[in-house]
Design a binder for this molecule. Structure first.
Ligand SMILES: *Cc1c(COP(=O)(O)O)cnc(C)c1O
Length: 433
């Protein structure tokens, strides 16, 4: 079997020495992988329990059109999310077009003119800067008279409780906490840390709404932020909870009144959650949620494997090879533009779709340096599928995430390493090959 497998890898362009080096790294990761599998098993049971408790049935996969009144498939799916995340309610809709849109609806639905939004954990994800109005933008919260305050993290990446206490005031209505570091260099917060921050804020001001941007975090741990006091969690269905099958969508899960206000914002005052046809997408959303825990486990194994491969070769990796994971993103710093490009070419060459395409850096709108992106995805822009992106600027860091199966994530890393070796940018340690 091993020789057939190696032969198959060779036919995909992975050399004997890269394979042997990868195996030497992987052997040591068995206990880590077992722990990831154990968490996935727990989360799989959690999803199945939520589906059984809500009596999911064939009828829920039927399509509705037009207004979408009485779409019991949609309403039951929202109950499934609410059960799984232990919340009173949820909005799970293809009409939530992306993570940014879902966050915008959660914020603009729950904030009113004169209110203040507080980010106690540093600056938010890039796209939220325009939603909030940190960068002036048409239609931002700032244009609607909603002010914004931010408390940066301390130099060691922890919460600055002293300044958070000073920042909470009469106007503070909603606190936004981003779980994943996204493409920043700060650490990703654990659910436990988020719980401590929420408890602190609620002690200062009990009626403040605590919202967590849960993108890239779902099913990485046993609990979600709603288990530790969050009033709302928000995410994208083309990341973790869509399991790779959702072709579009976002979710907001949380307290009934918060979800209702978001629903009135998403559709219209007076209409709320009663409208919104599911257009035949229900089955993919259910099935994707069902698969999500194992898909996330595959992506996590890929991230841990990449961290250990590149750490062993002497590159700075973030998180490092042994750290506990709180999201699925892996950063590797190469220090050279050619290496970033070779890495991305390897990821692209491993894809089931568009493997023959060569990614190139380009001047993407909104970025101050060229950006290279590798993705051969079934769903456009899906970052639960294996993908990598990097701005071409010092320190030349590439961000790597996803993989619908562990085997595909593994191939991506092998091909990236092969591309780096072929370009003479990496030499494998002799003792390992
Ligand atoms: C991806 C992401 C978003 C935005 O989601 P899109 O679907 O790309 O709009 C927001 N916050 C975080 C932390 C993310 O990772």
């Amino acid at each position: 079997m091993q020789s057939e497998l190696n032969e198959m890898y060779r036919s995909l362009g992975v050399s004997e020495s890269v394979l042997r080096f990868a195996e030497s790294v992987e052997t040591a990761l068995k206990p880590r992988f077992a722990a990831i599998d154990a968490r996935a098993e727990y989360n799989q049971m959690k999803v199945i329990k939520a589906m059984q408790d809500n009596r999911v049935s064939d009828i829920h996969f039927a399509a509705t059109t037009g207004y979408g009144y009485n779409d019991i498939g949609r309403d039951t799916l929202e109950q499934v999310y609410a059960s799984c995340f232990h919340t009173e309610a949820a909005l799970v809709r293809p009409q939530l077009m992306s993570g940014t849109h879902a966050l915008h609806i959660a914020l603009s639905g729950n904030l009113r003119p004169g209110d203040e939004l507080l980010s106690p954990a540093g600056g938010p994800y890039d796209t939220l800067e325009e939603v909030i109005g940190i960068r002036p933008s048409v239609g931002s919260l700032a244009e609607y008279g909603i002010s914004y305050r931010q408390v940066d993290l301390l130099p060691d990446g922890t919460f600055d409780y002293e300044n958070i206490r000073k920042a909470v005031n009469d106007k503070t209505k909603l606190v936004t906490i981003q779980r994943s570091k996204g493409y920043a260099t700060r650490p990703t917060f654990s659910v436990e840390q988020i719980g401590q921050l929420i408890a602190y804020v609620k002690k200062l001001k009990p009626d403040v709404i605590c919202m967590v941007d849960n993108c890239y975090g779902e099913f990485v741990e046993l609990n979600e932020p709603t288990d530790v006091g969050a009033d709302m969690i928000v995410g994208s269905l083309i990341k973790n909870p869509g399991g790779g099958l959702a072709p579009i969508g976002g979710y907001i899960a949380g307290r009934q009144d918060c979800i209702d206000r978001a629903a009135y914002r998403l559709s219209a005052p007076g209409l709320g959650r009663e409208v919104g046809a599911s257009l035949g997408l229900n089955q993919s959303l259910y099935q994707g949620f069902f698969l999500a825990p194992t898909v996330v486990a595959g992506a996590l194994k890929g991230a841990v494997f990449a961290a250990n491969v590149y750490e062993r070769l002497g590159f700075a990796v973030h998180p490092n090879g042994t750290e506990e994971r709180h999201d699925i993103i892996q950063a590797v710093t190469f220090g050279k533009p050619e290496a970033v490009i070779a890495f991305c070419e390897g990821i692209q060459a491993a894809a089931p779709v568009d493997s023959f395409v060569k990614p190139e850096p380009w001047d993407m709108p909104g970025y101050d340096s060229p950006v290279i992106m590798a993705a051969g995805a079934f769903v456009q822009g899906s970052s639960i599928e294996l993908s990598a992106d990097a701005p071409i600027r010092p320190p030349y860091t590439v961000f790597f995430q996803g993989g619908l199966t562990w085997y595909h994530a593994r191939l991506g890393i092998l091909k990236s390493l092969q591309a780096l070796c072929d370009a003479g940018l990496v030499t494998l340690p002799q003792e390992a090959i």
